[in-house]
Design a binder for this molecule. Structure first.
Ligand code: NOJ
Length: 741
């Protein structure tokens, strides 16, 4: 991944537009409104329940029909029995895999491997297409800086650039090289926009995001998705600066259509049109429908307010027919682009079966590359099973086939999961002592603590599979306390009393606060929710058949009160430093008010997180040296190359995610202390050194200025290349505003 993201966006091609217009010209107002209507179907009864409406042309899309026969019958009714034969868009939340479940998106982002993420999305699309699904409501590209928010699990974490790379990879994976291929489905970037900034990480809560922040941080991943050709965009449930996203013309019209030239479908979220009344900006459902359509929503997901009110709104002149036509053209164009008029049905014969070897390999590789090694004292890992080893397997997530799949996996099946315990049982040379201790992650029953301690004490090593159940993250599943739930931390403290080395493997849907267990374990592998193939992926890592290479896509806070804490913060006028931090315990009692360092830190937490963005250990070590820039001074339109030598200074061949950070030292607005601008995964043998170079283009230096438009970055820049974000940027170059000789 290099610093510049190119655009592959193109307007409707003329043939598609002409076909869509020809069709539009034949449509009645009610048929047009029908296209703008997406409805939920009761599974199994779909054709009975919706058949007449499909036949009448009152439905443009269905959501949550996944039975292949039901989908086929609905499609048949649409193409053979409706007046104009317009096929249906068949939508489904295929969020991190269809039947083969990949790691949660946050875990995928931890792989920092867009190519692999793209392959994962291809697998998901192809499996979903086998049943006739042709539209996924993924990727969720809401940048998230608050691990309390349950939907951080569905996100790519806290960074703009990493988000953009993952967004593009997923969109391209779902949509394939050719939209009409049997295994290609339409992508949907969601939730437009600012949803990740919900107050206190409480899902659906208010979002107040200044335009500078919106344009600098929250919108760029959406733009990357649009530029990658995403065929649809979903609005957010939340309001943005006082205007709910589903009725927000600034977002839907000014930014999306006018600035970005988006020509796909804008879709509301589930019932979010009617919710404009609950937000308190619409008087009734009719008013809500009017506001949403006028603001720019093309299709309503479940809710039927368009179906009920658009005809009268159009007849009364409250919604212009041109606006309805525009929406319908967008919808028809997507259907045409997907080739649904020629091939409306699933083409199962052209696709591999679900859960085939390739799918499982991709899922395993993604799970392997997404695990982040956070601690490994005395090189405890990898474990050596060359000779017999007694292993205690403890904790509620060692054998939890459903929990390891993570949030929002409608079509995943726990019966397909391979758990760590299953994989450990298959290995030779291991004598396992198994004790789950808890029935689930929230369990507070301590009655098995002694049994667990006995297992640990009589073993060479204890593997503790800890974390959160999948239901504790995802939509509407937010937590104010993000410690390990239940009595898990107490268990770790109890086990520490044995002399047995402890390895914690944490499965979770978010960054958790680990301060209360970190000191009590010797090694810690952060696995997110790894999906179907958790077992083989994690066991390979534990025993060194694979080497950890994941890096944190989000900061791990020391404690929840630090949130939001992210690496690319602003410098402020009073930046903290080790010299200025004062700890609460060091303040004299009855001390008079003093300046106490007068910088931006917490008395009880300082200013550093537990682990910074981009961090992750390996079984080897990597050294960075000799950073140099190709020029000391450049002109504003010039690119510049930054290089460092990366040396594998340890004893294992391994992959490292080499990261480039840039700082624009003086801007017309305050700029972050550092920004990720590139990364590369490199593989090095022991002792091998490689010069890794990044090109920083003028585009990568641009930023949003005071007028809310992009400006070129000029003046002094500092740069660093390293293995995480906690690097010192001490190589500089200067960008002249004009030409420079
Ligand atoms: C609501 C969620 O916010 C959205 O992400 C999802 O796609 C829809 N429900 C459909 O399930």
């Amino acid at each position: 991944m290099n610093a510049h993201l190119s655009s592959s966006h193109s307007p409707h091609d003329q043939r598609i537009t002409a076909q869509a217009q020809t069709l539009l010209a034949q449509m009645t107002l009610n048929e047009k409104i029908g296209q703008m209507n997406q409805v939920h179907a009761c599974d199994g009864f779909a054709p009975d329940y919706l058949g007449d409406e499909v036949r009448a042309g009152a439905i443009g899309s269905v959501i949550n029909v996944e039975d292949p026969a039901a989908i086929r019958e609905l499609q048949r009714l649409a193409v053979e029995e409706s007046r104009l034969g317009i096929p249906l868009l068949v939508g489904r939340d295929v969020i991190h895999g269809f039947r083969t479940i990949l790691p949660i998106p946050l875990g995928q982002a931890a792989s920092w491997n867009p190519l692999l993420i793209e392959r994962g999305a291809q697998v998901a699309a192809s499996e979903a297409a086998t049943v006739g699904i042709n539209w996924t409501f993924s990727p969720m590209v809401d940048l998230a800086r608050d691990p309390r928010w349950g939907r951080i699990a569905e996100s790519f974490g806290e960074d703009v650039f990493l988000n953009q790379c993952c967004t593009r990879a997923m969109v391209e994976g779902y949509q394939g090289n050719n939209l009409t291929d049997a295994g290609s489905i339409a992508a949907c970037v969601k939730h437009f926009a600012g949803y990740g900034a919900v107050e206190s990480g409480r899902d659906y809560a208010t979002t107040l995001v200044p335009e500078l922040e919106l344009r600098s941080v929250y919108l760029p991943p959406f733009q990357a998705g649009v530029d990658a050709g995403a065929l649809s965009v979903m609005t957010s449930f939340s309001d943005l600066n006082g205007v709910p996203a589903t009725g927000n013309a600034f977002l839907l019209r000014n930014v999306l259509r006018e600035e970005w030239q988006f020509d796909g479908i804008t879709l509301s979220d589930w019932d979010s049109v009617r919710q404009l009344t609950i937000h308190g900006v619409a008087e009734n459902e009719r008013d809500a429908a009017q506001q949403a359509v006028v603001a720019g929503v093309d299709m309503e997901m479940e809710g039927r307010s368009f179906l009920r009110h658009l005809e009268s709104l159009a007849n009364d002149g409250q919604v212009e027919i041109e606006r309805i036509d525009e929406a319908v053209l967008n919808i028809l164009s997507v259907k045409l682009k997907l080739g649904l008029f020629e091939q409306p049905y699933a083409r199962r014969d052209e696709l591999p079966p679900v859960l085939d070897g390739h799918a499982l390999n991709v899922a395993q590789e993604l799970a392997t590359q997404s695990a982040v090694l956070l601690k490994n004292d005395e090189a405890l890992l990898p474990l050596n099973s060359a000779k017999p080893l007694k292993v205690a397997v403890l904790g509620p997530l060692a054998d939890a086939p459903y929990e390891q799949l993570g949030t929002w996996i409608f079509d995943g099946d726990a019966n397909d999961s391979v758990t760590p315990l299953m994989t450990l049982r298959d290995r030779s040379n291991l004598a396992l002592a198994v004790e789950p201790v808890f029935a689930h992650s929230r369990d507070r029953d301590r009655s098995r603590f002694d049994a667990a301690a006995e297992c640990a004490a009589s073993s060479d090593v204890a593997l503790l599979f800890l974390g959160e159940e999948s239901i504790l993250s995802g939509e509407a599943h937010c937590r104010a306390n993000i410690d390990l739930p239940g009595a898990q931390a107490e268990l770790v403290a109890r086990l520490r009393q044995t002399q047995t080395p402890l390895v914690a493997v944490v499965m979770a849907g978010r960054p958790l606060t680990l301060s209360n267990i970190l000191g009590n374990v010797d090694a810690l592998l952060y696995a997110w929710h790894p999906g179907t193939m958790a077992g083989p992926a994690l066991v390979d890592l534990l025993f060194g058949e694979a080497v950890p290479s994941g890096k944190l896509p989000a900061t791990l806070p020391l404690m929840v009160g630090q949130i939001p804490i992210y690496y690319n913060q602003k410098n402020t006028g009073k930046p903290p430093s080790p010299e200025t931090v004062v700890h609460i315990d060091d303040i004299d009692t009855f001390a008079p008010q003093t300046s106490l360092g007068m910088t931006a830190f917490h008395l009880d937490a300082g200013y550093r997180p537990l682990f910074p963005f981009g961090f992750g250990l390996s079984y080897t070590t990597f050294d960075y040296s000799d950073t140099w820039v190709s020029a000391q001074q450049i002109a504003v339109d010039d690119s510049i190359t930054v290089s460092s030598t990366v040396t594998n200074s340890g004893g294992r061949e391994a992959e490292e995610v080499v990261q480039l950070y840039l700082r624009d030292k003086v801007g017309t607005v305050t700029r972050p202390v550092k920004e990720l601008k590139g990364f590369q995964r490199v593989r090095l043998r022991p002792g091998e050194a490689l010069e890794v170079s990044f090109v920083i283009t003028p585009e990568a230096r641009r930023f949003v200025g005071r007028q809310m438009v992009e400006e070129p970055g000029v003046g002094e820049f500092a740069v660093a290349i390293g293995g995480h974000s906690d690097v010192t940027l001490n190589t500089t170059f200067y960008v002249h505003p004009g030409s420079f000789d």
